[in-house]
Write a new protein. Structure first.
Length: 294
C-alpha cells in the first residue's frame, strides 16, 4: 500500500501538454513516485510505447484516457484508469469524440477570426501537433502572438498578474456560454460512454468535479454512481480546500473511491508542479483495481 501516485498526468499527446511519455516516467522516477497514470485528452497515443518504458524505468504506469463528454448540458471529463487502451469500443468512442472536438475547434477559430483575431486553422493544427485543439491551446497560440507582436487587444492576458492563468482567463472570456466565441458542445454522452465501456477493464473516475465547467453536485454524483462511476478525483489542482472537503465527504457518502490527480501539463499550467501532489497513495490504485469492470 506504500508509495505516492499521481493518477492524472498529460503527455505531449495532448494538444496542451509538453512532455513526452518517456520524460514523464523519468520525472516520476526522479520524484519517487511508485505509479502514474498518463491520461491524455481523448487519445491513447502514449500506448503501448509508454508501457515498455514503464518496465525499463521501474515506475508502474496505469493506462488511462481523459474523455471529453457531456452530462446535463455540462462538459464532464471521464478518467478511465486500467482501461484496455486497444479495445475496439474505446477506439470507436475516441473517433466520435475526436470528430466532434475537431468541428468545435474549427468553429472556435472561425468565430475568433470574425472577431478580428489574427489566427487560422492551419496555424492551430501545426502548433497543437495535429490533434483536436483544446480551447486553452487556441488561446495560448493567440496570447503568444499577442506578446510577441505587442497587440493591445491581448495585453490583459500577457501582462501583469493574469499571465499565470492567461489561457484560462481567455477561455472564460471568449469560449464559455456567454462569450463571443462560444460554440455548443457536441461530444459524447457521459452516461452512454459509461454503458459502452462496461466490459473494457476500466474503473471510471470523474476528473476534477469542482472545475468551473463541471460544477458537479452531490445529486449529479449519485446519478453517475448508479450508472457505474466508481471513483471521484477529490484531490485536484482545480480544487480549493472547501471543494476538497465537499468532494471527500461526497465520496465517502456515496462509496466512491477518492483519487488524486495533479492534472500536470507543463507550460500551460505553470502552477502545477510535477511531483508536488502529496495526497496520492498506492491504496487508491489497489481500490480502483478491485472495482475494475471485467
Amino acid at each position: 500500500m506504500n508509495g505516492r501516485v499521481d493518477l492524472h498526468i498529460h503527455s505531449s499527446n495532448s494538444s496542451d501538454a509538453d512532455f513526452s511519455p518517456v520524460a514523464l516516467l523519468q520525472m516520476a522516477r526522479e520524484n519517487g513516485l511508485r505509479a502514474i497514470s498518463i491520461s491524455d485528452h481523448d487519445t491513447v497515443g502514449a500506448y503501448p510505447d509508454a508501457l515498455e518504458w514503464s518496465d525499463r524505468l521501474d515506475v508502474e504506469l496505469i493506462p488511462s484516457v481523459e474523455l471529453t463528454t457531456l452530462f446535463d448540458g455540462r462538459e464532464f471529463h471521464l478518467l478511465l484508469p486500467f482501461v484496455r487502451w486497444d479495445s475496439r469500443t474505446l477506439e470507436r468512442i475516441l473517433a466520435t469524440v475526436t470528430r466532434a472536438r475537431m468541428a468545435e475547434a474549427k468553429e472556435r477559430v472561425a468565430r475568433l477570426r470574425e472577431l478580428g483575431f489574427d489566427i487560422d486553422w492551419d496555424e492551430v493544427i501545426l502548433k497543437t501537433k495535429g490533434g483536436p485543439p483544446l480551447g486553452v491551446s487556441i488561446a495560448q497560440i493567440l496570447i503568444d502572438k499577442g506578446r510577441k507582436e505587442k497587440l493591445p487587444s491581448l495585453k490583459k492576458y500577457y501582462e501583469g498578474t493574469n499571465r499565470l492563468f492567461a489561457p484560462y482567463f481567455f477561455y472564460k472570456d471568449y469560449f464559455l456560454e456567454d462569450g463571443p466565441a462560444f460554440v455548443p458542445k457536441r461530444t459524447a454522452s457521459f452516461l452512454e460512454v459509461l454503458d459502452l465501456l462496461a466490459r473494457d477493464g476500466a474503473a471510471p473516475v470523474l476528473a476534477h468535479p469542482g472545475a468551473y465547467f463541471e460544477r458537479a453536485t452531490r445529486e449529479d454524483l449519485a446519478v453517475l454512481k448508479e450508472r457505474g462511476l466508481v471513483g471521484l478525483e477529490v484531490y485536484s489542482s482545480y480544487h480549493d480546500p472547501d471543494q476538497t472537503r465537499f468532494y471527500r465527504a461526497a465520496a465517502e457518502e456515496l462509496d466512491l473511491i477518492a483519487t488524486a490527480g495533479s492534472d500536470f501539463h507543463g507550460r500551460i499550467k505553470p502552477h502545477v508542479i510535477f511531483g508536488q501532489l502529496k495526497e496520492g497513495t498506492y491504496r487508491m490504485v489497489e481500490e480502483l483495481r478491485t472495482r475494475r469492470r471485467r
